[in-house]
Design a protein around this ligand. Structure first.
Ligand SMILES: Cc1cc2nc3c(=O)[nH]c(=O)nc-3n(C[C@H](O)[C@H](O)[C@H](O)COP(=O)(O)OP(=O)(O)OC[C@H]3O[C@@H](n4cnc5c(N)ncnc54)[C@H](O)[C@@H]3O)c2cc1C
Length: 461
């Protein structure tokens, strides 16, 4: 018996149960705002939970498909706002880019979808597989002593030609994102499934500067998260709807990032345990508990719900566009499957018909609202540029996916006279990367809501 007790104590002390904890019902404070109406939206938290039960498995299936998992991105652009402090050398910040033959040709634009299907088999990319790499000369993050992340750089002549022949259209008026330079040699395809958004340990001056710049210099006049007298909710109520929406979008994205890093947290190994990725309740509480966030954490969590509803509304509004979109990869059966999955996803709009109402925004005096809309667009565009200042490649990648995804949602919501009932104007166009970013952004906020519910049940145990 004594031997049994000794081994039980040993097991518990060596293998601490990080995912569960001894919290009582009063430790449920992070979730105290997660009921009732989602502010500035047309539905409540409970309706979002019901909707997300259906959306979550479907969006996970969608973003697994070839069309959606390859994201074209330039991770090498320098920061346009302050001297670069270089990308950091944290191991978990490194990003694997794709080799030429790992990306379907249809995705790269080599084949015109109207002309032909190509059945050349794809090479399957495995995590940590050996690949051509070019060593960066990164600077070290503060307090970091880990190894260099390898980044594979490859752009063939064929790629360059394909970029040139892609259909271009002038979307400058409607775009909420800084466009990527299609001819840059630094443009790469990244398989998002192999580079998941999770804990990287990116923090300190570099991360602070990015968030500070987003909230203080590139939002409307918003609460300063770094001052002592931080009362976001009262400050927020003094803003007009459009400015509140802007703040909630950014805060929702920030909360979603911090939820993901808490849900997929790296527990270091020791003599008895291997390193392991799993939820960290303490980390989550540190970020959202009202006592540790000057009372603001719960409202940040609620902003994820707001953002989810805004992006969902855009996906539903663009329904007629998805009907005509081929989601072309060059593989007929795969493209058909994607269309079916998207069709299934859109059916969920029946379960929650009113979500976010974009027609309430930019109304009133036409000159003033046009000016406000332009300001809104420019500020958001600037935030997409700030992503080039993020000093961790993995965080930069997902920051770009999300800001481009939200930017695409805003473009759908605020492009005037492009959608009517069941039709879309022929002049309305989305690039493949915008579509990929939009659906992956929805995937982020859907999984964040799933994780928030998971943390809620873990803290209740
Ligand atoms: C674009 C971007 C992407 C990132 N991606 C990752 C990632 O994938 N993995 C990873 O491990 N780290 C990532 N990070 C870093 C992470 O977001 C934090 O910055 C880091 O963990 C340090 O956290 P912190 O406690 O200093 O607070 P931070 O999260 O840096 O927040 C700074 C201040 O902002 C305020 N604040 C916090 N949350 C909110 C909110 N939701 N709404 C309004 N105000 C808020 C608080 O006052 C806080 O003190 C990313 C950072 C950026 C800028």
């Amino acid at each position: 018996m004594a031997r049994f007790l000794y081994s039980t104590v040993l097991i518990v002390s060596v293998f601490p149960l990080h995912t569960t904890s001894n919290y009582g019902p009063s430790d449920d404070q992070c979730f105290c705002q997660l009921s009732g109406k989602v502010e500035d939206c047309c539905c409540d938290v409970e309706a979002v939970h019901n909707l997300n039960k259906e959306v979550y498995p479907k969006i996970l299936e969608i973003v697994k498909q070839n069309y959606f998992k390859f994201f074209k991105v330039n991770l090498g652009r320098s920061c346009p706002f302050w001297p670069d402090d270089g990308t950091c050398s944290l191991k978990d910040c490194s990003v694997q880019t794709c080799k030429e033959d790992e990306v379907p040709e249809g995705v790269k634009g080599y084949h015109d979808p109207k002309k032909s299907y190509n059945h050349k088999p794809l090479k399957v990319q495995k995590e940590n597989s050996k690949r051509q790499t070019v060593k960066e000369q990164p600077k070290k993050c503060k307090g970091d002593n880990s190894t260099l992340g390898d980044v594979n750089i490859h752009l063939s002549e064929e790629d360059k030609q394909a970029f040139e022949t892609w259909q271009q259209y002038d979307d400058a008026e409607n775009s909420f994102c800084q466009p990527e330079d299609e001819l840059s040699a630094d443009l790469k395809y990244v398989n998002l499934l192999l580079n998941p958004e999770r804990f990287t340990n990116y923090k300190g001056d570099s991360a602070n500067r990015v968030w500070y710049s987003i909230y203080q210099e590139n939002c409307f006049k918003l609460p300063n998260p770094y001052t002592e007298k931080y009362e976001a909710s009262s400050a927020l109520n003094q803003l007009c709807l459009e400015k509140r929406v802007f703040y909630r979008v950014i805060s929702g994205m920030h909360a979603s990032i911090n939820t993901h890093l808490s849900a997929q947290y790296l527990f270091k190994g020791n003599g008895f345990m291997k390193p392991e990725w799993r939820p960290n309740v303490e980390e989550f509480k540190k970020r959202f508990d009202p006592e540790k966030t000057k009372g603001q954490g719960p409202s940040w969590l609620k902003n994820i719900y707001f953002l989810y509803l805004l992006v969902w509304r855009a996906v539903i509004k663009a329904g007629p566009y998805w009907k005509q979109e081929g989601f072309f990869t060059g593989h007929k059966s795969e493209d058909g499957l994607v269309k079916k999955h998207i069709g299934d996803l859109l059916l969920q709009s029946r379960n929650c018909p009113s979500t976010f109402d974009e027609t309430m925004m930019f109304t009133g005096d036409p000159v003033t609202s046009r000016g406000l809309k332009e300001e809104f667009r420019k500020k958001f565009r600037n935030i997409t540029r700030i992503m080039d200042c993020v000093g961790c490649q993995k965080c930069r990648l997902w920051g770009k996916v999300q800001t481009q995804g939200i930017g695409t949602a805003l473009k759908i919501l605020f492009s005037s006279n492009q959608f009517a009932e069941d039709t879309v104007s022929p002049s309305f166009r989305l690039k493949r990367n915008e579509i990929v970013a939009l659906f992956n952004a929805l995937g982020r906020y859907s999984s964040s809501i799933h994780y928030v519910q998971m943390f809620r049940s873990l803290t209740r145990r």
